[in-house]
Write a protein that binds this ligand. Sequence first.
Ligand SMILES: NC(=O)c1ccc[n+]([C@@H]2O[C@H](COP(=O)([O-])OP(=O)(O)OC[C@H]3O[C@@H](n4cnc5c(N)ncnc54)[C@H](O)[C@@H]3O)[C@@H](O)[C@H]2O)c1
Length: 473
Amino acid sequence: MKNKFLHLIFSLVLMTMVSSCNDKKETTEVRKGNYRIVDNTIVFDEPQRIEGQKSVLQFTVDPIENVRIGFIGLGMRGPDAVDRMTYIDGVTVNALCDIEPDRVEAVQTNILEKKGLPRAAAYTGREGWKELCQRDDIDLVYICTNWQTHVEMAVYAMQQGKHVAVEVPAATSIEECWQLVDVAEQTQRHCMMLENCCYDFFELTALNMAQQGMFGELIHGEGAYIHNLEPYWHEYYENWRLEFNQSHAGDVYPTHGLGPLCQAFNIHRGDRMKTLVAMATPSYNGKKIAKEMMGVDDFANGDMTTTMIQTEKGKTLLIEHDVYTYRPYNRLYQLTGTEGFANKYPIEGFTLLEDKLPAGFLAEGQHLNPHGFVPAEVRDKILKEYLHPIAVEIEEKAKEVGGHGGMDFVMDYRLIYCLQHGLPLDQDVYDAAEWSCLGELTAASIANGGMPVMMPDFTRGDWNKVKGYKHAR
Ligand SMILES: NC(=O)c1ccc[n+]([C@@H]2O[C@H](COP(=O)([O-])OP(=O)(O)OC[C@H]3O[C@@H](n4cnc5c(N)ncnc54)[C@H](O)[C@@H]3O)[C@@H](O)[C@H]2O)c1
């Protein structure tokens, strides 16, 4: 009996010692290049805001009545951007630049001259864009070059006093994301990433519905870029895109899926993306294309990359990237709320509670099934009734002008509208950084076996100052 009692006391003392040892567990920290692994979480270095540099949250400049634009990069994407801008009043195309003189000439002849517009100043060669940025008759530099050149050009343009619109993704590394933010803050210039998917009509309508509480509290969103690029790999100038993917793991093209979700989830307007984890499959098809086109055996980018993000408020976002396999084009675009659901691909639809719809919206005796999509005729009525005010304003013209079914034109229209009215742009430099930073963050998570990564706060603490995402009017 006495032995049993002593054994019990001994066990209790041992347990207390072990638990107090656990309490004192030391923080582990290992540095790997530009990040540290702190207690099994990846933390990237975050530079301090330097003195004299000021936040550009809700940034505005004086109205620019006539927006004078210089375009850099006239490959597959650029000429259509020039063309779209010619449909907007109060815009002048003052300069054009591409490495290749014939690309500049084609835009002069096939777009400007054909429409009876004056020829623009022409710049060519690899450095011509710098002279374009130095001109004193340009307000906005519109960049449609390959990803690797975006930040160098955007930074230089802002330093020359110009506002910048830059194609997606705006930046390819965390360092580049900070550079964009810092230079926009130092020069007090606009820097907008041209994330056109935020302006597709279903996304705008669903955003409008979410903002009116139709889905209750949004808790989860899904977005993707699933697009087999097999027909395009040979078309990119000097093979820049395959070369980039060959040497970079991670979700290198995240913004089409992420951008519209961030607007619906009020990212840096009341919530912020806090951590992510990413995983990727091995490369099969990417490797095959790279072998054929580049004669190499290695391919860093997995065929399918999946990322989960958790926000400060605990909401979750799922983002996918697959530009290699044989699947229908898909950007997912799903919003899950406590009281409703929106889904864009492969079929557009909503799940709604009846009491979210105005009285008399449904036909006499009609009921909604909370376990299925609303019937097609109800969905079509909803799409009309809740059409976003911006779409009401411009949808018809946008569909006439085109550009991915009109969304590209809505984007350009909004950019010019905000500049002409001295309003904050729909997408600011923090959006550009937050949406583009997934590339390097997901690569780091994948390289460390799906380890969580803390997402940088590019607003440096201001993510909760603006309450709710709004298009300025
Ligand atoms: N938002 C969308 O839906 C969408 C669609 C397609 C492409 N994009 C983006 O547009 C950008 C361009 O893509 P693309 O398909 O037109 O590529 P592309 O290879 O067809 O065109 C790139 C052009 O940039 C030019 N260029 C490169 N470096 C230059 C320099 N130093 N000076 C002047 N010109 C230079 C090249 O000569 C080429 O004409 C990329 O960022 C891409 O991700 C976006």
